[in-house]
Design a protein around this ligand. Structure first.
Ligand SMILES: Cc1cc2nc3c(=O)[nH]c(=O)nc-3n(C[C@H](O)[C@H](O)[C@H](O)COP(=O)(O)O)c2cc1C
Length: 148
């Protein structure tokens, strides 16, 4: 019998938008029969990312395009660059326009040399942006299956 694929969704969220994106990803992966673990950065104990077929990393952007400290700490804690990371996050163009929008997401994707383009959501993903989450996720699942 083949083992079910396993995914972990590691996310940092203060006011819930990034968490909502994480939940949409969780629901979709579960529907695809993938085992999913949710991991709250800054709260849950250290985790070994080697154990997962898919690693999703989510963050918001803070303070003139910067990456939140908890996310930086998590990156240090992980200590290496897993290959199978897909980065997502939420931001708000009101804080610096397109240039600073979801900058932490771009930075993380670049740092991890992610094979898939990052997903950026304006505030809450509920409503019209939900379709973007699903389209992005299909691409991630296809790419990872293709790479594997
Ligand atoms: C003080 C402050 C600074 C922010 N700076 C940025 C920014 O530079 N770029 C951006 O895209 N969003 C920025 N945001 C917006 C948040 O990233 C956005 O509201 C996000 O959805 C919050 O995620 P969360 O609900 O998961 O905590 C800022 C928000 C606050 C309160």
């Amino acid at each position: 019998m083949t083992r079910r694929k396993r995914a972990i969704i590691c996310y940092l969220s203060y006011s819930g938008n990034t968490e909502e994106v994480a939940q949409l990803i969780e629901a979709r992966l579960t529907a695809e029969e993938i085992e999913v673990e949710m991991y709250e950065i800054g709260i849950d104990p250290p985790v070994n990312l080697d154990n997962y077929d898919f690693i999703f990393l989510g963050t918001f952007t803070w303070d003139h395009g910067s990456t939140p400290d908890e996310m930086k700490d998590f990156v240090l804690e992980v200590g290496y660059k897993p290959k199978n990371i897909a980065v997502f996050g939420s931001g708000d163009t009101q804080f610096g326009g397109d240039e600073l929008f979801c900058r932490a997401v771009d930075r993380l994707a670049k740092f991890y040399e992610s094979e898939v383009p990052p997903l950026k959501v304006e505030q809450s993903p509920r409503g019209s942006q939900e379709v973007n989450v699903n389209t992005w996720l299909e691409g991630v699942l296809f790419d990872v299956a293709y790479i594997a």
